[in-house]
Ligand binder design. Sequence first.
Ligand code: TXA
Ligand code: MG
Length: 341
Amino acid sequence: METTTYKITDVEKDREAIKACGELLAAGGLVGMPTETVYGLAANALDPVAVEAIFTAKGRPQDNPLIVHISDMNMLYDLVNTVPESAVALAGRFWPGPLTMVFPKSEKIPSVVSAGMDSVAIRFPSHPVARALIAAAGVPLAAPSANLSGHPSPTTAKHVEEDLGGRIAAILDAGPCGVGVESTVISLVEERPTLLRPGGITFEQLKEVLPDVQISTGVLNQLPEGAKVRSPGMKYKHYAPKAEVTILDGDREQYAAYVNGEEGAYALCFTEDIPLLKGPYVSYGSEGDSGEQAELLFACLRKLDELGAEKVFAHMPAQTGVGLAVYNRLLRSAAFRVIKL
Ligand code: TXA
Ligand code: MG
């Protein structure tokens, strides 16, 4: 299949391309969709055959459910069984934006979307092109990140082409994603609201609206083999470059000394570490700027692959604010290897 990439600079000016992609989606096709977090691989969420094609294109395990994307609040009520008050409060504060909420699902959601579970994850993205595309398709869109399963999530259209070119009908290229890590996932079907995946909306922000929100243990801990998880995405090794990644927890001098002592190693470092390093490095932003680290992390992991890195030592990020999401993704790409210096 030939993949057509459409450059989008303005939702109004480029509305023909968005309309064409909306028609592709309505006809059961797959489209690479820019969002404020990462690029998604979209299909009509109400068409089980189209959704099935997402799993095939990505090589995604069948038991990992998809997020359904909406472009206005009215679309929500058809897709879920109940809208708890906590959801109304969160939506009022954070939608449209990088927050996904898990609800009890309605019968309209095909079981391939929810991987057989009785809940469904819904997100109302803020990216103008994502919203215009959903509106043009006229249906809610199921969309996982648009990478091959196990690869780092794509933050540019080029990343989508690298992974899925030839497997999908079209890509809308609206430039690099601003947030850079996937949306925050919160479950509202537990006794207490539970953070399943940290992301662009921080735990601290969620707490302001829902003081009793808790962090699921799977967020920062490796789950035992065969454990029953609330969010199937937690159990897969994710975001992994080909290299073996290890996180080093220490200050600038300790970090540099360790990496400099490792023959052939690459540093995945902060900009402030660069003057102390003797070997090759890729910098994922300034030490104090979690937002910048989130924006750059996935592109850096891809870059390390391009460079042929086999052994990578990442400098441990702060875990507050968006830093929690950065650390969560890095932990998975490092298969939970952390060395305390
Ligand atoms: O930012 C994002 O969320 C991006 C963009 C494209 O919107 N999408 C994304 O989708 O990251 P994906 O499929 O890569 O990750 C979805 C995560 C997985 O960890 C999955 O297990 C979880 O959400 N999830 C989906 N439905 C769920 C459900 N019903 N209950 C619990 N977790 C669910
Ligand atoms: Mg993903």
